[in-house]
Design a protein around this ligand. Structure first.
Ligand code: FES
Length: 118
C-alpha cells in the first residue's frame, strides 16, 4: 500500500559505514558519485555546507543526480528538472514522483563517511 508520508529514509539497522573521501574532494556546492555495496550514491554538499548522500539515479529515468544543480538543500535533475530534497529524498516537482533513498552521513574532521544497508 502506498504510504503518502513515505520518504527516501531507510530503516536503521543492518548498515555498514564507509569512508568515501575528504570534504575537500567535494565541490564547494554540488555532488560526486561513489559506489558503495553495489549502489551508486551521490554525495552532495548543499549551499549551507551540509553534506548529504542520496541515490545517484533519478527515479524518473536513468540519469545521474550528482550532475544536477544544487540550491540550498535541493538538487535538480539535469534532464527534466525534478528537484529532490536532499534531507528526505522527496521529489518536490514533476516529472519524478518517487523519492530517492537517503543515507546517513558522518563527517569526522575532513573525512566523510556514508552508511548503507549491506
Ligand atoms: S530523468 Fe530526472 S526528472 Fe526526468
Amino acid at each position: 500500500m502506498h504510504d503518502p508520508t513515505a520518504t527516501g529514509a531507510l530503516p536503521v539497522g543492518g548498515h555498514e559505514e564507509f569512508l568515501v573521501g575528504a570534504t575537500t574532494d567535494l565541490p564547494e556546492v554540488g555532488g560526486a558519485v561513489v559506489e558503495l555495496a553495489g549502489r551508486r550514491i551521490a554525495v552532495v554538499r548543499d549551499s549551507k555546507g551540509e553534506i548529504h548522500a542520496i541515490d545517484d539515479t533519478c527515479t524518473h529515468a536513468n540519469v545521474s543526480l550528482a550532475e544536477g544543480e544544487v540550491s540550498e538543500d535541493t538538487i535538480e535533475c539535469w534532464l527534466h528538472g525534478s528537484e529532490f530534497e536532499l534531507t528526505t529524498g522527496k521529489p518536490l516537482s514533476l516529472p519524478a514522483t518517487q523519492p530517492v533513498n537517503v543515507y546517513p552521513v558522518r563527517v569526522d574532521g575532513t573525512s566523510v563517511y556514508v552508511s548503507v544497508p549491506v
